[in-house]
Write a protein that binds this ligand. Structure first.
Ligand code: AMP
Length: 401
């Protein structure tokens, strides 16, 4: 790496999409953001937005991830920030599942790639796409450090009593069945930013972080380390999400097989894609659900009620796990934007020191902020997440060392 190399390209490769950002780590400037979607279809779409300029957009067939990355490289080259530039220090890859082995960002070599591949059985939807992105990027710039930043890494500090399911130990170990947790990059970033907002060192703080997006997860963070989180072996466990059920009695699965005659793939689809808010009321966008609630729609009201009830159960559980809480923090699409969700989740929790100030809660802002009254016993905060920035930061810290 040359001394002037301060840029990091962040790649988030999905099964039919690649999201990317180019950041300059001297000051965290975003030089470009973009997205290729519908890879493999005739109407693939690339949207590339250089800093301070309008988006460039084109729709054409992009056959595979290799073509997609080449198209991204061409767009970056047009801006004079191509991936063959000596300014590029590394490529940081979002990798969903790092299993129990990867507790930190890792420079990717053949052995690391093989280990990520070994984890495909526990992340069949995500890791294959991440691997394709890594292989393609390595082929384009074999000389450049490529770093994997794992969604699970932040949660590897969970104690065994939080990470293990109460099932037969031999069976669990043989199939690597345990609670891994996800959204870790977001929980890590938000925890750190909350400490900055409160003006206190992370080591002193106990936090409950609520990442409420289309996927949703809660975590209990003690002294900067995750001690429990709501997602498990897969992102299906825990909170009610846009289309995922979150916690259910596992016997529901047997019942669907035996009584409803559904097969494994159908149940998988039901619980991951047709449940949660969508399954309950036919909408998974909180804006639409709130609009319907305000119009007196009964199904939307029930869906909202179930969502909030589950959220409260996790807040209470993590309060008990932590013993003392300094802040409850809301982040991601719903957490950052939906004041009614924050208000409803905190309602009736004043006995725990949790109170929301209606005026502060109504403020719309992209900045980290407190929504609790000034002298509240426990802070309630809104801290916008930035997973790309965190991936870039962790990547750069590793290669700049
Ligand atoms: P994310 O997965 O973090 O991108 O969050 C996406 C979700 O955020 C959407 O499905 C919406 O439900 C929610 N969302 C975004 N903006 C708002 C808003 N202004 N009010 C309520 N919910 C919102």
């Amino acid at each position: 790496m040359t001394s002037q190399a301060t840029r990091v390209l962040v790649l988030n490769s999905g099964s039919s999409s690649v999201k990317y950002q180019l950041l300059d780590m001297r000051d965290g400037t975003r030089l470009a953001v973009g997205l290729v979607e519908r890879i493999g279809e005739n109407t693939s779409r690339l949207v590339h937005t250089p800093a301070g300029e309008g988006a460039r957009e084109r729709t054409e067939r992009i056959a595979d991830h290799e073509q997609a990355l080449k198209a991204v490289a061409a767009e970056l080259a047009l801006d004079g920030t191509g991936i063959d530039s000596p300014d590029l220090a590394a490529i940081g890859h979002r990798v969903v599942h790092g299993g129990a082995a990867f507790s930190a960002p890792t420079v990717i070599d053949d052995a690391v790639l093989a280990e990520i591949e070994r984890l495909v059985p526990v992340a069949p939807l995500h890791n294959p796409a991440n691997i394709t992105g890594i292989r393609t990027a390595r082929a384009l710039r074999p000389d450049l450090p490529q770093v994997a930043v794992f969604d699970t890494a932040f949660h590897t500090t969970m104690p065994e009593h939080a990470a293990r399911y109460a099932i037969d130990v031999e069976t669990a170990d043989a199939h690597r069945i345990r609670r891994y947790g996800f959204h870790g990059t977001s929980h890590a970033y938000v925890s750190r930013r909350t400490a900055e907002l409160l003006g206190r060192p992370p080591e002193e703080l106990n936090l409950i972080v609520l990442h409420l997006g289309n996927g949703a997860s809660a975590s209990a963070v003690a002294g900067g380390r995750c001690v429990d989180t709501s997602m498990g072996l897969t992102p299906l466990e825990g909170l009610v999400m846009g289309t995922r059920s979150g916690d259910i009695d596992p016997a529901v699965v047997f019942h669907l097989e035996r009584v409803a005659g559904m097969d494994t793939d159908e149940i998988d689809e039901l619980l991951n894609k047709k449940s949660g808010l969508m399954g309950l009321c036919g909408d998974n966008d909180m804006r639409e659900i709130r609009r319907r609630v305000d119009e007196g729609d009964e199904r939307a009201r029930l869906a909202f009620g179930i969502y909030i009830h589950r959220l409260k159960k996790y807040i209470g559980a993590y309060y008990a796990v932590l013993g003392r809480v300094d802040a409850v923090v809301f982040t991601a699409g719903v957490g950052e934007n939906a004041a009614p969700v924050r208000e409803a989740a905190m309602a009736g929790l004043d006995g725990l020191g949790l109170v929301v100030d209606a005026e502060l809660n109504a403020v719309r802002s992209g900045e980290p902020r407190l929504v609790s009254p000034e002298h509240a016993r426990v802070a309630v905060a809104v801290v916008p997440t930035d997973e790309e920035m965190e991936i870039a930061r962790q990547t750069f810290a590793l290669v700049d060392a």
